[in-house]
Design a protein around this ligand. Structure first.
Ligand code: M6P
Ligand code: ZN
Length: 168
């Protein structure tokens, strides 16, 4: 089943913006020396998240993430990535650009999906998820998740993902 929307426009109103710069990502990129080196030249924005959060039981939240193109010692710009504190699925819909969605569960099993305009990706509730911009332009996607999911960044910050996405 396919739908073509010629003049598609997506509006999140005045959703607040979160900015993640390289300095916020020190513990997430693999090459720590390259991060330190990069920070000597500046503190580039890696990605921005425009999120509408509805914090009530049974509620849904939604966010557009914009990841800039670029890499740190070959590792493409990406989100921090997180597990949900409470297992609950999430939907991603690609809007612009080209990327990958890296999924890994607590047993270490991986799944990789592509993110591209119009593509819907399902994140199972027990999988950590990280999105990666593998293209030359901004990667933009919409995510929908439950109000009760919560964020566990600490596990990924400590142990990372088993796979990293690098420029070849
Ligand atoms: C998607 C969703 C958000 C998340 C954002 C950035 O939009 O999964 O919940 O905040 O990506 O990812 P992270 O929180 O891992 O930095
Ligand atoms: Zn999530």
């Amino acid at each position: 089943m396919e739908i073509t929307l010629p003049n598609f426009k997506l509006s999140l109103g005045d959703a607040p913006k979160q900015v993640r710069k390289l300095s916020d990502m020190r513990n997430f990129f693999s090459d720590k020396a390259a991060v330190i080196q990069g920070l000597k030249k500046g503190d580039p924005i890696i990605y921005e998240v425009y999120a509408v959060e509805n914090d009530f039981p049974g509620g849904l939240c939604y966010a557009v993430t914009v990841i800039n193109p670029g890499d740190i010692a070959g590792e493409y710009y990406m989100t921090k990535g997180h597990f949900h504190q409470k297992d609950a699925g999430e939907i991603y819909i690609g809007l612009e650009g080209k990327g990958m969605l890296i999924l890994q569960n607590r047993k270490g099993e991986m799944k990789n999906l592509t993110i591209e305009p119009g593509k819907i990706c399902y994140v199972p509730g027990d999988f950590a998820h990280r999105s990666v911009n593998t293209g030359k332009s901004k990667l933009k996607f919409l995510a929908v998740y439950t109000s009760e999911s919560g964020y566990d960044y600490a596990t990924i910050e400590k142990s990372g993902f088993k796979e990293k996405v690098i420029r070849v």
